[in-house]
Design a protein around this ligand. Structure first.
Ligand code: XMP
Length: 520
């Protein structure tokens, strides 16, 4: 039987840009939650899922549109506490017989203030301090008549029903977004809702780790599993977790495509071999990849070539193990949500991300994706629970296509050698100055541009390079890191003095958007 995670809070997504943030806030309150898009929801699904509470997210639609996203009305009668946020609040009011009116004027966007109506509600226990509470609004429509048995608990200038409650049925709604930081003390409202729903608040990484190990055991039985490791935190955590669950029925494959950083291969293999008894196949395929990249300058072509070759190599090594039924992957929650977005709008392909997701169907393996419920920092917390050494958990992310996408233009052995050396000096500098943990990612990009310089009394004509260092929470948006000039000067001097082939160093101060973190 599949092990159960006891207490679940279900978030029904109507396409809000903040749905993931709701999930973060709920998990920070030690409650396990899962996001499901509205169109996958029906009553039997909810009964099977058995959530202890439900949150209806915001969304861009208007309930006044006949085809707007809805859920079956019977859900409000399941005796499950429900909190509607923004669109979720309007939908609940509308479906229960209230009225929603088209917004007049400019709606209410940004900071606003909500004041109490003096109507008591468990939702706002301890929330209203003196005067109004600052909240963050983003709505055009407003509720204009409440459904039966609802009370007004809070009002704002443009939302006469900013907080509503049917205390008896434990149905609540807020027009603003308690999940965003701009709503001061919004977490208190969410905590009150969790209290109302009687959650034990016992979700933590240690119990989740035990749950995952049990679940993997149940799923795999006595079969074999393979897993690609890159030395990055996600695949390392998957490898170690599987090792704990099924021991030597796991084989990891480490593909060395010749696009890794200085010392990386040894570091990764040593970490696994020193700390764990895990079978690792080392796939040394540098020549294959570098030959295939010869003459290619287009970034997408590079990515596709590397991705396809990776799959081929992986398949070859997997075959050598015999019959393997399962493939383990480090898919994270943001990837899962994005591919099942309620809005469903296809987003533009900025870059083809490389992973093992494209394995040919003929391999006929079932997927094991133990991290598919977790955010990046939760993966790091799980890695800590598993006792993975800190230097691995806290490593900056490194992209699958490796140094190839940090080498605009053609990738050659000569350029890779120069890039590796410069990159290791930059990282060394960052570590020496105690900055590594303040930075999301730092690396060097070798430009296909030669410039004139003078060293000693001689003219030089060498490559120029770019230092890139950014801060970020999740890699989706990023800012350049603010080094002081002394640091930049010292680093540039070291690179020019120690790396043969570079005579000019620049620093990239582009944020994301409009830039991306990697150059290709
Ligand atoms: P961009 O350049 O799109 O990168 O701003 C965002 C984050 O993703 C990493 N990245 C990748 N990771 N395979 C990966 O596993 C890839 O193909 C890939 N491309 C970019 C990038 O390093 C940054 O952390």
């Amino acid at each position: 039987m599949k092990p159960e995670l006891k207490q679940l809070l279900l978030i029904i997504d109507f396409g809000s840009q903040f749905t993931k943030l709701i999930a973060r806030r709920i998990r920070e309150l030690n409650v396990y939650c899962a996001i499901h898009p509205y169109h996958t929801i029906d009553v039997s699904f909810i009964i099977k899922l058995n959530p202890r509470a439900i949150i209806l997210s915001g969304g861009p639609a208007t309930v006044l549109n006949e085809h707007s996203p809805k859920i079956p009305k019977e859900i409000y009668d399941l005796s499950i506490p429900i909190l509607g946020i923004c669109y979720g609040q309007q939908l609940m009011a509308y479906q229960l017989g209230g009225e929603v009116s088209k917004g007049t004027g400019n709606g209410e966007f940004g900071r606003s203030s909500v004041t109490s109506t003096a109507q008591n509600s468990d939702l706002v226990k301890g929330w209203f301090l003196e005067g109004g509470e600052q909240v963050w609004m983003s709505h055009g429509d407003t509720i204009s008549r409440l459904p039966n048995n609802f009370q007004i608990v809070g009002i704002s200038k443009k939302a006469p029903f900013a907080i509503i409650a049917n205390e008896k049925k434990k149905l609540y709604g807020v027009q603003f977004h308690p999940e965003v930081n701009q709503t001061h003390r919004g977490t208190l409202l969410l905590r009150n809702f969790i209290q109302i729903s009687s959650f034990a608040r016992d979700w933590n990484m240690s119990s989740y780790k035990d749950y995952l190990i049990k679940e993997i055991n149940e799923k795999v039985g006595t079969e074999e599993v393979i897993c690609a490791i890159s030395g990055g935190v996600d695949s390392s955590v998957v490898g170690v977790l599987l090792n704990k669950a099924i021991g030597d029925r796991l084989t990891c494959i480490f593909v060395d495509h010749g696009l890794l950083r200085e010392g990386e291969t040894n570091e990764v293999l040593k970490m696994f071999r020193d700390n764990y008894n895990i079978k690792i196949l080392y796939a040394e395929e540098k020549e294959l990849f570098l030959k295939a990249l010869s003459g290619i300058t287009d970034p997408e072509q590079k990515r596709k070539k590397i991705g396809n070759l990776f799959i081929k190599v992986f398949e070859k090594y997997a075959k050598s193990i015999g019959t393997v039924k399962f493939l383990a992957q480090g898919t994270l929650y943001p990837d899962v949500i994005e591919s099942a977005s309620a809005a469903g709008a296809p987003s533009a392909t900025i870059k083809s991300h490389h992973n093992v997701g494209g394995l040919p169907k003929r391999m006929k393996m079932s997927l094991i994706e133990p991290l598919r419920e977790l955010f990046k920092d939760e993966v790091r917390a799980l890695g800590t629970e598993l006792g993975i050494p800190r230097q691995f958990i806290d490593r900056h992310p490194f992209p699958g296509p490796g140094l190839a996408i940090r080498c605009p233009g053609e990738v050659t052995e000569e350029k890779l050698k120069i890039l590796r050396k410069a990159d290791s000096i930059f990282i060394d500098q960052i570590r020496k100055h105690g900055l590594y943990d303040q930075i999301w990612q730092a690396f060097v990009v070798l430009l296909p541009v030669r410039t004139v310089g003078v060293m000693g009394d001689d003219r030089t004509y060498d490559y120029s390079c770019v230092l890139r260092a950014v801060t970020s929470k999740d890699g989706m948006t990023a800012d350049f890191f603010n080094f002081n000039n002394n640091f930049l000067g010292e680093t540039a001097t070291r690179i020019i003095n120690e790396v043969l082939g570079i005579n000019r160093v620049t620093y990239d101060i582009t944020s994301k958007p409009p830039g991306t973190i990697e150059w290709e």
